[in-house]
Design a protein around this ligand. Structure first.
Ligand SMILES: Cc1cc2nc3c(=O)[nH]c(=O)nc-3n(C[C@H](O)[C@H](O)[C@H](O)COP(=O)(O)OP(=O)(O)OC[C@H]3O[C@@H](n4cnc5c(N)ncnc54)[C@H](O)[C@@H]3O)c2cc1C
Length: 421
């Protein structure tokens, strides 16, 4: 029987091993003692593993641009992944558009995959770091480091195919330390610089002098003054900048732009469901009341703390020459209304890999076929976050990990050296 090695027992690697086991004997390696270490942490321990409205617009990266994401999805759609999990025995439910295990605990997803791997007699090697992959005469040999004894050895087994599913660089404590990039480069594939994605942003703006403030907003990201993305949701104000899922969804694009030395500005609409005209009418109700608090004009519209954030920014940018509480003219009210529909923040940085949920960048699509095999290295496959594609928050990245894992596993197990070169 053919033999397949899968490197990395995360979401992508476990699924790859399951798919490959249909036609191949599979060995699965991970440097962790347990499988699915990151999977267990997903969705705040609840594992949002899919989304009810998935589209290519939720993804970015060269695998999308080169049609590889579409090819994988055409074969292994959301329905396919759901049916697969059902066939393994997982109960799931939908919450706010996301699929979660019915138990609301990520361990249910992890355990069901582990059970399936056991049923299929996949040979799991924990605490085993794959140091090197060598191609030799129609097959591959692996150099291993056994972390328990720190011993290095050359695996005696010769594998017909190898699947690299070692993740990206996000949350490195879970084991994903960018090893796929080293393997890929050794085989002549190109890799874009990995950057943190789905993380917070940093801004020096006075608006962020307050903390623990939340607001439902609409966001637009501008890179060198050009629109580069938008999102909606709960903005979390922290003392060093904006956070929250709607911010996470724009952070990968901001990280790329900042790395390239471009200017990044976040525009926040604090009342997206109201027009500027409607806001003018609302503000007029309170204008001119000479209370003690300068934020009286926002009474009934924003929380007191959010009003203070706005006020800090208005003092610096809008009404530098007067006391804000004496603002009563229609013209001033119009200025305030348009200000809160378009608060602009300079973005100077993003969270690092320790705080990121996904990696932006990775192994480029140009070196891969649609079945995730390396174009110039027969028998070598890639799956999961190590590839240059990243999705929004909300089950999109796990869908990619599972579907790409299944695609690579299936193709690798059917790979035949006869006629391959
Ligand atoms: C806190 C957090 C929450 C998240 N929540 C969600 C969510 O709710 N929904 C969603 O869709 N996505 C979520 N994500 C993103 C999602 O978890 C990842 O995109 C996905 O799990 C990546 O799977 P992977 O198998 O490609 O990589 P990983 O899960 O990173 O697995 C890679 C594995 O390879 C092993 N490995 C690495 N190098 C070697 C080597 N040389 N030898 C042997 N083993 C090696 C590692 O130990 C690791 O176990 C979250 C991420 C984080 C960090």
């Amino acid at each position: 029987m053919k033999r397949t090695a899968v490197i990395g027992a995360g979401a992508a690697g476990m699924m790859a091993a399951i798919a490959a086991s249909e036609n191949s004997r599979v060995t699965l390696f991970d440097k962790n003692e347990i499988m699915g270490r990151k999977l267990l942490q997903t969705g705040n321990g609840k594992c949002n593993f899919l989304n009810t409205s998935l589209s290519p617009d939720n993804y970015r990266g060269s695998l999308k641009e080169e049609g590889i994401f579409k090819a994988v999805r055409d074969r292994y759609s959301e329905e396919f992944i759901l049916d697969l999990f059902s066939s393994f025995g997982l109960l799931y439910h939908i919450k706010n558009g996301g699929y979660y295990p019915r138990s609301d605990t990520s361990a249910s997803v992890n355990d069901i995959l582990i059970n399936e791997l056991k049923k299929r007699k996949v040979d799991f090697h924990p605490l085993t770091l794959v140091k090197n992959i060598e191609r030799e005469d129609k097959g591959f040999f692996l150099t291993l480091i056994h972390l328990k004894s720190d011993k290095k050895s050359r695996d005696e087994e010769k594998y017909d195919s190898v699947i690299i599913a070692t993740g990206g660089m996000a949350a490195p404590k879970t084991g994903s330390t960018g090893d796929a990039y080293y393997f890929a480069k050794n085989f002549g594939l190109r890799v874009t610089e990995p950057l943190p994605g789905l993380t917070r942003l940093f801004s020096p703006d006075v608006f962020f002098n307050e903390t623990n403030v939340r607001a439902e907003v609409a966001l637009k990201l501008f890179i060198d003054d050009e629109p580069a993305g938008c999102s909606k949701g709960e903005l979390q104000v922290t003392d060093s900048g904006p956070s929250g899922i709607c911010v996470f969804d724009l952070s990968g694009r901001a990280a790329k732009a900042l790395k390239a030395g471009k200017k990044c500005v976040l525009s926040v609409d604090l009342l997206p469901e109201y027009s500027e005209g409607q806001i003018v009418e609302l503000l007029k109700k309170h204008a001119g009341i000479s209370g003690t608090k300068t934020s009286d004009i926002f009474t009934g519209i924003f929380s007191e703390r959010l009003s203070l954030c706005i006020e800090n920014k208005m003092r610096k940018e809008l009404f530098t020459d007067r006391e804000y509480r004496f603002i009563t003219s229609d013209e001033d009210i119009k200025l305030i209304a348009s200000f809160i529909k378009d608060l602009k923040f300079d973005i100077e940085g993003t969270g690092d890999f320790n705080n990121a949920q996904v990696t932006v960048g990775g192994v480029l699509g140009e070196g891969l076929n649609e079945d995730l095999s390396a174009r110039d290295v027969p028998g070598l496959y890639f799956a999961g976050e190590c590839l240059d594609i990243d999705g929004d928050c909300g089950g999109y990245n796990l869908y990619w990990a599972f579907s790409s894992g299944y695609a690579a596993g299936k193709a690798a197990s059917l790979f035949n050296w006869e006629g391959a070169e």
